[in-house]
Design a protein around this ligand. Structure first.
Ligand SMILES: Cc1cc2nc3c(=O)[nH]c(=O)nc-3n(C[C@H](O)[C@H](O)[C@H](O)COP(=O)(O)OP(=O)(O)OC[C@H]3O[C@@H](n4cnc5c(N)ncnc54)[C@H](O)[C@@H]3O)c2cc1C
Length: 449
């Protein structure tokens, strides 16, 4: 380990690794630091491991939907085997990532980095100096300030559970809680409860489609309670008592595990940003469109920055801009966000892109809403999918797609096609004129606009 570098990257996830590689490839001396093994949230504790568990539970859903249609056996999930399957991916990732960084000439370091000045950090008691820094420290579960908060399991702990508890409560009804509740229930948990403070889960997603997902979630057997504010958590022997305030009074949920699902906040508390002259708010490190912070020699990207959505491809895109500007020595590139799709990987999946109806109205846009339930469409009938629909907003006159919202199988890929079309400025008529392979989920798109 050297004591001085051209660039030190703090955070070895999506928002950091690309910057380390770009600059090292250009001949810079670079160190990449993570307090955990390198790989970041998405690969080790988020998107990827989660979807491996979902892949297994998809088998359960598929068999359920095909019951009476010629498929007789109903599978059951073996939790330890399923998590072992997940580890076939996650266990090898840090080694692969760290080897890749080292091959690029980057010093891979571990520890909790903390600024001690505008160009210095402390790492494991040593001082490291750099001409430039790039911060990509991600997000952490938000603090709830309720008694018994220490009993909350994190999403990381949920993904690592060696055995599946029978009674699981999720505090909050965001995308992580909803996805995990579906995984837990399809894996055989007897009581799965989601406690959402607002009057519906998944606030940023289309209310009509979320209502359909709520029906599906309840039919699955998840106890989804809205207007349910968790006031405290107590531990009694091996179980937890979760006190919930609701409009009609106080309720108690007894469970074996309580999981934090209320959202994540920028992971910047322990960086001592004041020492570096880096400004921040509750939304994260303040960055300009070049991803440069208030200290011109320090950049930031991803979930820790006050910039775009907290999603993996967004952190990668922001990192690319930071890397280009570091190499250029000036703010040569500005971050431009194309229409960004986002998906809740429940079954059925819900996907969203662009404007909601409410947001389009607020902007004074004139548009037609194409909203239809598609349970009777071939693509839903073929796989026995029950709750499927689309809502696409098409601007009157221009024919531009303002927003697309989908529920059902195939939504995760259909939404990407809408993102391409929106990004390319394609109109509804141009989408209709496309010829897609048939039968496929993509081939439904022309009928949605
Ligand atoms: C359960 C879950 C599921 C998700 N699913 C999806 C999904 O399906 N699709 C999607 O797009 N996004 C998903 N996300 C969000 C996605 O994982 C993040 O947006 C993305 O990983 C952010 O990347 P990043 O590089 O900004 O931060 P991270 O990947 O979180 O990397 C930050 C790294 O910094 C390290 N670090 C922090 N502080 C310090 C310090 N002081 N010193 C040294 N190292 C430090 C951390 O250990 C961490 O490894 C999910 C997140 C979670 C938690």
């Amino acid at each position: 380990m050297k004591s001085s570098y051209d660039l030190i990257v703090i955070g070895g996830g999506t928002g950091g690794n690309g910057v380390a590689r770009m600059t090292a490839n250009a001949g810079w001396s670079v160190a990449s630091i993570d307090s955990e093994p390198h790989g970041g949230t998405c690969a080790l504790r988020g998107c990827d491991p989660k979807k491996m568990l979902i892949a297994v539970t998809e088998g359960v859903e598929w068999a359920e939907n095909m019951k009476g249609k010629g498929l007789e056996a109903q599978p059951a999930v073996n939790w330890p085997d399923m998590t072992a399957f997940k580890r076939t991916f996650t266990d090898s990732m840090p080694l692969r990532i760290e080897a890749g960084l080292e091959k690029a000439g980057i010093d891979v370091l571990h520890g909790q980095a903390r600024f001690t000045g505008p160009d210095t950090i402390e790492l494991n008691g040593e001082t490291l100096r750099a001409k430039y820094f790039h911060i990509a420290t991600g997000a952490r579960p938000m603090t709830l300030n309720i008694p018994g908060e220490e009993y909350l399991a994190t999403s990381t702990e949920f993904l690592e559970l060696p055995e599946r508890p029978n009674r699981i409560a999720f505090v909050g009804g965001g995308f992580i809680a909803m996805e995990f509740a579906h995984i837990a229930k399809r894996s055989g948990a007897s009581e799965v409860t989601v406690l959402e403070m607002m009057d519906r889960p998944l606030g940023p997603f289309d209310p009509d489609l979320v209502a359909m997902l709520v029906e599906a979630t309840e039919e699955l057997g998840v106890d989804l309670r809205t207007k349910a504010k968790v006031a405290k958590i107590e531990k009694q022997g091996d179980e937890f008592l979760v006190t919930v305030e609701r409009p009609d009074g106080t309720e108690t949920v007894t469970c074996d595990l309580v999981v934090h699902g209320t959202g994540r906040v920028p992971n910047i508390d322990r960086l001592n940003l004041e020492a570096a002259g880096v400004e921040y708010t509750r939304r994260g490190i303040k960055v300009n469109t070049a991803m440069r912070t208030s200290n011109p020699a320090i950049f930031a990207a991803g979930d820790c920055a006050d910039s775009g959505l907290n999603l993996t491809p967004v952190s990668a895109a922001e990192g690319r801009v930071a890397g280009k500007n570091l190499l250029a020595g000036k703010d040569a590139r500005k971050v431009k966000y194309p229409p960004i799709p986002s998906v809740v990987f429940t079954l059925p999946m819900v996907a969203t892109l662009g404007l909601s109806e409410a947001a389009a109205r607020e902007r004074g846009l004139t548009f037609d809403t194409h909203f239809e339930k598609t349970e009777g469409w071939y693509s839903s009938l073929r796989v026995g999918a029950k709750r499927t629909a689309y809502k696409v907003l098409v601007e009157r006159g221009s024919g531009q797609i303002l927003g697309a919202h989908l529920i059902g199988p195939g939504a995760e890929e259909q939404i990407n096609l809408f993102a391409m079309a929106m990004g390319a400025g394609q109109t509804a008529n141009q989408i209709k004129a496309m010829i897609f392979a048939y039968p496929s989920y993509a081939s439904d798109i022309g009928s949605m606009v």
